[in-house]
Design a protein around this ligand. Sequence first.
Ligand SMILES: Nc1ncnc2c1ncn2[C@@H]1O[C@H](COP(=O)(O)OP(=O)(O)OP(=O)(O)O)[C@@H](O)[C@H]1O
Ligand SMILES: [Mg+2]
Length: 351
Amino acid sequence: MAQIELKSIHKAFGAVEVIKGVDLTITDNEFVIFVGPSGCGKSTLLRLISGLEEATDGAIIIDGEDVTGKPPAERELSMVFQSYALYPHKTVRENMGFALTVARMPRNDIAERVNRAADVLKLDALLDRRPKELSGGQRQRVAIGRAIVREPKAFLFDEPLSNLDAALRVEMRLEIAKLHRRLAATMVYVTHDQIEAMTLADKIVVLQAGRIEQVGVPIELYMRPANLFVAQFIGSPKMNVVDCSPTADGLTFPNGEAMVYDAPHDDARKVGIRPEHITLVPAGEGDITGKIDVIEQLGSDTFAYVDVDKVGLFTVRIVGHVELVEEATIGLRFDRDHIHLFDPQDNAIRS
Ligand SMILES: Nc1ncnc2c1ncn2[C@@H]1O[C@H](COP(=O)(O)OP(=O)(O)OP(=O)(O)O)[C@@H](O)[C@H]1O
Ligand SMILES: [Mg+2]
């Protein structure tokens, strides 16, 4: 389908630059997900690719062709938004075929494309209904169907599932994964949802304030974040990060407790450990000692929030149901295979 290249893309609204030089290659059939805090420029970047916004500087190349100055219609991309405004008085069939009707495609061809998309999206039985007779998930599928019938070079999704309830999101997430496999299409997808990003993406792009912080396959970002921002952005609950001082054989925490560690580094100023990489042990037997502040029982997991005086609050994730006592003094042991060290510039130290 399509390879999309962004070359040194800048975008300013008036005097405010919101995209500050983005270079990115999205290869054919790749599923690329943009994540980042609210306002970092995810939607703007997607709209720049689609042609709904014009870049202030830089170039956008689709399949080798420079489309930077071209209007959306000439880029042959389909965009699916969070709010999927369907025409209320048109049927599902009419909604899905509308763009093709406007483009004066022969009716038989439209019918064929709509039927094919309906088959892929399991909308066959709903083609004669109107949007108000559909569930949220079904409406979202119609919005995707409307994009599919145009047979675009690539699909651009801007938080397509964020209006759905939790159960529907899971269902649609699986549908989108299957859709990507079946259509073998290039997809660029914006989400706030960690699970969507981790499970759907071939490649995640982490953005902050208009710049790319890191690009990589999901597990790479989780295992080897390049810096503190990515370390704390990828993963839920987020990575615990506290101050530390390097020693000859490890590090010390601000409360004076020490941790022996086989790859000490003189530049270590902060140490990070994910909630799932901490084990609770009797006080005195761990790397650091704290007091259980709050316990959350989810059934599948138990979360303990452990307050360590002068150091900070640690989130600890224990798989399964464990009985713990609030206010108890307890030790935390850190899994040595999953220690993250950060230098004074907050860049990850690679051992
Ligand atoms: N048309 C516009 N005019 C002026 N500023 C804009 C315009 N569109 C977006 N911005 C600004 O650009 C920045 C990036 O916005 P964008 O919508 O791309 O963020 P986002 O990452 O998609 O955020 P969210 O997660 O909240 O959707 C924001 O500071 C926003 O206020
Ligand atoms: Mg947005």
